[in-house]
Design a protein around this ligand. Structure first.
Ligand code: IDP
Ligand code: MG
Length: 155
């Protein structure tokens, strides 16, 4: 199984969406293996959004991501990175498909509800950026055999 990183962004914390968003992942059958509240900092965000530091909107992105604490989630499942990206929807929330988190909860390209890792390689790097190893728990919920056909669990 893969594990991916989700960040529930400050605008979603402000709007009281922590429970609704977390519920989406649980309802899907994904396993929450890490979850905490933390205050993001400029150095951490410059690393996390290194691909955007030269963009004109970067100061706004920084301010927005530090406006309140965030919730970081480690989420596990078969193909979890792609599954969670699919559930997240495209970056500009007002164009995101209905049924996706961004599509159902957002209107903005900037305030787009959640971050989700975009590749298995980045997920490994991002999980290590936001979690200490002991903050991710490798348990298997008792319902797992009801969620997958046995061969799928051997992937
Ligand atoms: P992603 O979150 O869908 O992976 P990225 O391109 O990695 O999208 O951008 C990271 C974050 O930066 C976005 O989620 C959004 O909050 C912000 N962002 C990206 N592009 C724009 C833009 O053109 N205007 C304003 N904010 C943007
Ligand atoms: Mg991205």
């Amino acid at each position: 199984m893969e594990t991916t990183l989700v960040i529930i962004k400050p605008s979603s914390v402000q709007r009281g969406l922590i429970g609704l968003i977390t519920n989406r992942f649980e309802q899907k059958g994904l396993i929450i293996t890490g979850m905490k509240m933390m205050q993001l900092t400029e150095p951490l965000l410059k690393e996390h959004y290194a691909h955007l530091v030269d963009r004109p909107f970067f100061p706004i992105l920084l301010r927005s991501m530090m406006a309140t604490p965030v919730i970081v989630l480690a989420i596990k499942g078969v193909d979890a990175v792609a599954v969670v990206r699919g559930m997240t929807g495209v970056t500009k929330a007002r164009n995101a498909a209905p049924g996706t988190i961004r599509g159902d909860f957002g209107m903005s390209g900037q305030e787009n509800i959640v971050h989700a890792s975009d590749s298995p390689e980045n997920a490994v790097v991002e999980l290590a950026r936001f979690f200490k190893p002991e903050e991710i728990f490798e348990y298997m919920p008792l319902v797992t055999p009801a969620l997958y056909e046995p061969d799928e669990l051997k992937l």
